[in-house]
Write a protein that binds this ligand. Structure first.
Ligand SMILES: NC(=O)c1ccc[n+]([C@@H]2O[C@H](COP(=O)([O-])OP(=O)(O)OC[C@H]3O[C@@H](n4cnc5c(N)ncnc54)[C@H](OP(=O)(O)O)[C@@H]3O)[C@@H](O)[C@H]2O)c1
Length: 323
């Protein structure tokens, strides 16, 4: 494959690393991973402390903190409903967050930066599994095209900075993520946390039938966020190329199977039904992760084990998770 450069270039453990979005699902996992790997100078700001849409504040922050490395895991993120209902928010906020952070990072000499996008950047009808080179080869899925265009602009910004300034900045595109710290909101969440919440509530309420949208047949790929964090550090230390790198497990499961695993994990013993009159969404979404696996990185956490752990986290944080 062209432009693939995997060579070990370790990060200094005592250099300052800014994790943008450090309270989010991905950012918090990256923070935990960096701490576990001995990083001693990690900085983060909540959106209330530093709104990355505020260009002046972002430049002031970089001028003051002068991080040497940046992980850009701050974004306006949501499920299909939120993306479809508020497209301009997803476009505008993400463009602003990325542009301000990367412009300030360039101005203040950030050596290595990891930008995070998602699998929705690939064309709706691209062949499966999705390979990195399918970027910009066809039309996007219309329900989240605004978000995808913002993310594609981010990938292009990373590539342009590499080309114009020779910086070792890179992009990673994770598949569907889940795990501790996820968004369990009934309107804004992704499929797996939504299922966990629904089945957990069914247990709490003594409900004996749960009806899910669609047929349950669509296939999806799920990666535990701790694996994602491990892949991010691996890429920062081993990858230095212009193309985005897919991050996933390389295999998919049906939504029906996921619902069954979730039901078992929460202790739900009632009926699981499917309302086929509701839309299924795209039949399959699987990333080709051969570039990453060939470089030596592989996911470690199995789906059943990961879901059980996430259910335990959800129950422990039931009263404090995001509304
Ligand atoms: N979750 C997934 O399944 C998934 C899949 C593929 C890719 N990704 C990508 O991974 C990245 C992170 O996603 P996530 O799931 O971790 O999202 P998340 O849990 O919603 O976290 C996003 C974080 O971004 C911060 N943020 C949002 N707007 C901000 C602003 N204006 N200023 C400063 N900070 C702001 C938030 O900070 P506060 O908490 O302080 O408000 C939040 O902690 C995104 O780029 C996303 O595209 C996620």
């Amino acid at each position: 494959m062209e432009n693939v450069e995997f060579t070990a270039r370790p990060l200094e453990r005592d250099a300052k690393i800014y994790v943008a979005g450090h309270r989010g699902l991905v950012g918090s996992a990256i923070w935990r991973k960096l701490e576990a790997e001995g990083f001693t100078n990690i900085v983060g700001r909540t959106s209330a402390e530093l709104d990355l849409k505020d260009r002046v504040a972002v430049f002031e922050f970089f001028a003051r903190e002068k991080p040497r490395y940046v992980v850009l895991a701050a974004a306006k993120v949501g499920g299909i409903l939120a993306n479809n209902t508020y497209p301009v928010d997803f476009l505008s906020e993400n463009l602003q967050i990325q542009l301000n952070t990367m412009d300030a990072a360039l101005e203040h000499g950030v050596e290595r930066l990891l930008f995070l996008g998602s699998s929705c950047i690939y064309p709706k009808l691209a062949p499966q599994p999705l390979k990195e080179e399918y970027l910009l080869t066809g039309h996007l899925e219309p329900t989240n095209d605004a978000y995808a265009i913002a993310k594609i602009a981010g990938i292009l910004q990373v590539q342009a900075v590499r080309r114009q300034y020779g910086k070792a900045w890179i992009s990673a595109m994770p598949t569907n993520l889940y795990g501790p710290g996820d968004n369990f909101s009934p309107t804004g969440s992704h499929v797996l946390p939504a299922l966990i919440r629904r089945y957990d509530e069914a247990v709490q309420d003594g409900v004996d039938t749960v009806v899910n949208w669609g047929t349950g047949s669509p296939l999806r790929e799920f990666l535990h966020v701790n694996d994602m964090a491990s892949a991010c550090l691996f890429l920062l230390e081993n990858y230095d190329g212009p193309e985005q790198v897919n991050v996933g497990v390389g295999t998919d499961v049906s939504i029906r199977e996921v619902a069954e695993i979730v039901a078992a994990a929460v202790g739900y013993t009632g009926a699981i039904e499917w309302d086929a009159s509701k839309p299924d969404g795209t039949p399959r979404k699987l990333m080709d992760v051969s570039r990453l696996t060939e470089a030596g990185w592989k996911a470690q956490i199995g789906l059943r084990e990961g879901i059980e752990e996430t259910v335990a986290w959800f129950r422990a944080h039931r009263d404090s998770f995001r509304a």
